[in-house]
Ligand binder design. Structure first.
Ligand code: CP3
Length: 344
């Protein structure tokens, strides 16, 4: 177990062939995923069905031999466990009940009352810990408080996170109540994933880039620091990956400020910039453009080599800069892995 390539990278080892996994590796670009999702009925039923959620988690491992499996679930299950209504509109995305006043917040559950709803997720982790190949690392995850709050406050995905920014400025006390509840609940949620068998956890802050200056420090850095500090106290040997997507200069020093073991990079920064400014502090993950999984060809081969070789002097986990899209071709995923490992 100590020899798993992902864990080596997260301990700071430089490897001649970096380990690889892919954001949204279980998803609609795979026909076997679409079949299992149809069997489950819909996306949320799939998330809460441990046998089938484990099955879709394993599908990309069987097909491609990735070095890590990421638990199949969603960042919006936590707000649902806190009492928000959640549903998915096909072709559009998530919808949630909103929080606009203190009484909406007061109606939510507390951090210790989330596990009844989330228990199927922990069951999925337990199945995966049994069934994954010995060399494959199991990654658990949660959304970062800010990103989850943007969905809870708007009731849906938004291009500019407008409603969350409006509350942050218009009723900062209520906004901070939401952030603080999500911070303490995320600790309990990830703690339970680790106790069920997750070997690494990742905190997805997909909308960190819309926080600037002091707001980035208060609502992206600080919650990640609090979550990391408490998880490290409870589980000193479980590495944590942070993903403050589109943070730009906010990526610089993020690992030192928060204590995360690895920073995932998106495509708003080049590999050269990431190596010079972020990998100097430790392990990085990323950052091939997801569009190569649609377009393929020689460009894909060249760009896989470019990303790999630019990060070759330090600890690196190869990944995309964001999730693979439903229009991707599975053959391009195979070509990415083959190219990455060509000198092995
Ligand atoms: O394979 C994996 O990466 C693990 C599973 C996973 C999902 N969502 C499954 C999913 C993970 C890690 C997530 C994280 C997630 N969910 C994020 C953060 C990462 C990111 O993409 O920025 C966010 C913002 C969400 C919220 C969410 N879930 C949205 C906005 C949507 C709709 C958009 C879309 O792609 O359809 C989802 C749905 C979702 N989550 C799907 C999957 C496989 C597609 C649902 C389907 O099968 O219909």
């Amino acid at each position: 177990m100590a020899d798993k390539t992902i864990l080596k990278a997260l301990r700071g080892e430089t490897q001649s062939v970096p380990p690889i996994w892919m954001m949204r590796q279980a998803g609609r670009y795979l026909p076997e995923y679409r079949a299992t999702r149809a069997q489950a009925g819909d996306f949320l039923k799939l998330c809460y069905n441990p046998e089938l959620a484990a099955e879709v988690t394993l599908q990309p491992i069987r097909r491609f031999g990735f070095d890590a499996a990421i638990l199949f679930a969603d960042i919006l299950l936590l707000p649902q466990a806190l009492g928000a209504d959640l549903w998915f509109v096909t072709g559009e995305g998530p919808r949630l009940s909103t929080i606009t006043q203190q009484s909406d917040f007061n109606a939510l559950k507390g951090k210790d009352d989330i596990h009844k709803v989330l228990n199927p997720v922990y069951e999925t982790v337990k199945i995966l810990a049994q069934e994954l190949p010995d060399e494959t690392t199991l990654i658990g995850f949660a959304g970062a408080p800010w990103t989850v709050a943007t969905y809870m406050l708007a009731g849906r995905g938004t291009p500019d996170q407008g409603p969350a920014h409006a509350l942050r400025m218009g009723n900062n006390e209520l906004f901070e109540n939401v952030i603080n509840l999500l911070t303490v609940s995320t600790i309990e949620y990830l703690d339970m994933q680790i106790r069920a068998g997750a070997e690494v956890v990742k905190i997805f802050d997909s909308w960190a880039g819309s926080l600037k200056g002091e707001a980035f420090e208060k609502y992206a850095v600080e919650p990640a620091r609090l979550i990391t500090r408490e998880l490290k106290r409870r589980h000193p040997n479980v590495p944590i990956i942070g993903f403050p997507r589109e943070a730009g200069d906010g990526y610089i020093g993020f690992a030192k400020k928060t204590g995360v073991d690895c920073v995932a990079l998106d495509n708003s920064v080049t590999p050269e910039w990431g190596a010079a400014n972020v990998q100097v502090d430790g392990c990085v993950q990323g950052n091939l453009k997801s569009s190569h999984m649609v377009t393929g060809g020689q460009d894909l081969i060249d760009e896989v080599r470019h990303v790999r070789d630019t990060f070759a002097k330090g600890p690196h986990i190869f990944n995309l800069g964001h999730g693979i899209t439903p229009d991707a071709d599975p053959d391009n995923v195979a070509l990415m892995i083959e190219t990455l490992r060509e000198n092995a």
